[in-house]
Design a protein around this ligand. Structure first.
Ligand SMILES: Nc1ccn([C@H]2C[C@H](O)[C@@H](COP(=O)(O)O)O2)c(=O)n1
Ligand SMILES: [Zn+2]
Length: 151
């Protein structure tokens, strides 16, 4: 999950920075992604707001972290993999998760739990038999240092 959170730090979304990390059956990392515009699009030329006219928001343009993690995967098959993701997957990502063969979703935040999109997402995952659980941890913070004395 720390790798997922760290990846999310690269997102240009000012409101919600999501990172995802996929591991295989041996817990080896096979894909990482964060929410961002499709490749080659300029972050400064698209809106990042989340209110107002749909076309003036980020929603039609942003690729979600889970989708990017799957598309960035180094593995030919994601059968039986797990995805660690900072935010519960939306319905569109859940469809892709199911199709990819990922069998488990471990999430940190479920802040949109009652939105229809996330209700649909749980319906999809439940029916497909993809397990999901909130990460149980006592860790509050992750600290990184660039001080070479800490290496
Ligand atoms: N599972 C998810 C859910 C959302 N995202 C992205 C899409 C947006 O960039 C942002 C949500 O923005 P908000 O409505 O909270 O302002 O998070 C994602 O990557 N994965
Ligand atoms: Zn999504």
């Amino acid at each position: 999950m720390e790798i997922a959170i760290l990846s999310g730090k690269r997102s240009k979304d000012p409101n919600t920075r999501v990172g995802s990390c996929i591991v295989n059956e041996k817990n080896r990392i096979v894909g990482i992604g964060y929410n961002g515009l499709p490749n080659g699009l300029n972050d400064d030329e698209f809106p990042w707001g989340n209110t107002g006219d749909y076309l003036n928001t980020k929603y039609p343009f942003v690729c979600h972290a889970e989708l990017n993690a799957i598309l960035n995967s180094t593995s030919i098959s994601l059968e039986n993999c797990k995805i660690y993701t900072a935010l519960f997957p939306c319905n569109e990502c859940s469809k892709v998760i199911i199709q990819s063969g990922i069998r488990e979703v471990i999430y940190l935040s479920d802040k949109h739990h009652d939105d229809d999109i996330f209700i649909a997402s749980r319906m999809l995952l439940d029916r497909a038999g993809v397990n999901y659980r909130k990460l149980e941890t006592t860790i509050d913070k992750m600290e990184l240092s660039y001080n070479e004395e800490n290496v």
